[in-house]
Design a protein around this ligand. Structure first.
Ligand code: UFG
Length: 333
């Protein structure tokens, strides 16, 4: 069964392509390669270099007899979204609208959408449930919320069905060590800590030590990218079997502070990572922890890779074997 994976050459998309293959689906990748990596695509996978907004997407969906769309293609940096909102509205909102509309025209009725915990903004309750207030505090989160609303409108008006997955902090890498996180610029904590361990950066800066948390640093819910990928496959199966449209959080339900991440990374790598304590980063909520009970109940999702030491261990394997990401592998002489 053919599934179109927009952004299939990106971090979470490329891991989901592998999960789809394992589950017996045929992923067809749609990526404009503005931020994705060709090297992340397994051999033999049909890959179409095209923007999600292209009117040609209708033909692609029909030509490949696509049963469902997994939509990852998006800009995803909070800081960038606050400096350059137009590319977020253009690429995320307008691009997604065009893709959703192409799917409608082609008669493709199932969508699994890559959403984010950023739709909640500053949380009013922890753990955060899907019913918690939706008050995004940045443009990135708002664009994802608008797309969720678009999918909801299309679902009620046209009868298509979707699952929106609100990820908390995606981290880790495929346990093969062949693919992993490679963003330019990198802004996420775990890859930055590991780059400091490798000596690619002089140190890791902790953004703020005066939060209202036990050790004063921000707490996040880190979820292994392979567990995220698995959730997408479960969601697509659920929709294909006739499941109704749903929104689910995806997190491990465990919170770790920035200091705890650094300490675990020191243990996993055996390296005394240099740390500098700095100011708060604007817009960071102190604590984000997911309630993921709904997806466990409805889809039977069971995260099996999300022990913190495994998340960091798998990320470390990727970083060690690919010190320059996809651009330059250690084994190329
Ligand atoms: N942090 C540091 N130093 C760094 C980088 C990050 O101390 O050099 C801290 C941040 O302040 C934060 C934590 O590490 O407390 C995690 O930061 P990340 O940038 O890795 O992740 P965020 O929690 O900011 O963002 C994640 C996703 C976003 C999503 C957001 C939802 O990456 O896509 O969660 O709130 F929008």
């Amino acid at each position: 069964m053919n599934i179109l994976v927009s952004g299939g050459a990106g971090y979470i998309g490329s891991h989901t392509v592998r999960a789809l293959l394992k589950a017996g689906f045929t992923p067809i990748i749609l990526d404009n390669f503005s931020r994705g990596h060709r090297e992340s695509i397994p051999d033999g996978i049909t890959t179409i270099e095209m923007d999600i907004a292209s009117p040609e997407v209708v033909n692609i969906l029909q030509r490949y007899n696509i049963k469902g769309v997994m939509h990852f293609a998006a800009h995803s940096q909070v800081g960038e979204s606050m400096m350059n909102p137009s590319i977020y509205y253009e690429n995320n909102v307008v691009g997604s609208y065009k893709l959703i509309e192409s799917a409608r025209k082609a008669g493709v009725n199932h969508f699994v959408f890559s959403s984010t915990a950023a739709v909640y903004g500053e949380p009013k309750e922890v753990p955060i449930k899907e019913t918690s207030p939706l008050t995004p505090t940045n443009v990135y989160g708002r664009t994802k919320l608008i797309i969720e609303e678009m999918l909801s409108d299309y679902s009620s008006i046209y009868g298509s069905t979707y699952v929106a997955l609100r990820y908390f902090n995606a981290a880790g890498a495929d346990e093969s060590g062949l693919i992993g996180e490679d963003h330019t610029p990198e802004t996420h904590l775990i890859p930055l800590v590991l780059e400091a361990a490798m000596g690619k950066r002089p140190h890791i800066t902790v953004f703020g030590t005066d939060y209202n948390t036990p050790d004063g640093t921000c707490i996040r819910d880190y979820i292994h990218v392979s567990d995220l990928a698995e959730a997408h496959v479960l969601a697509m199966n659920y929709l294909i079997k006739g499941g109704e449209s749903r929104v689910f959080n995806l997190g491990s339900g465990n919170g770790f502070s920035v200091k705890e991440i650094i300490e675990t990374a020191k243990t996993v790598t055996g390296i005394d990572i240099p740390v500098v304590y700095g100011e708060r980063r604007a817009g960071d909520p102190s604590t984000l922890i997911a309630s993921s009970e709904a997806i466990k109940d409805v889809l039977g999702w069971n995260p099996t890779h999300s022990e913190l030491s495994q998340i960091i261990g798998d990320a470390w394997k990727w970083h060690e074997e690919h010190p320059n990401g996809f651009g330059n592998k250690k084994d190329i002489h």
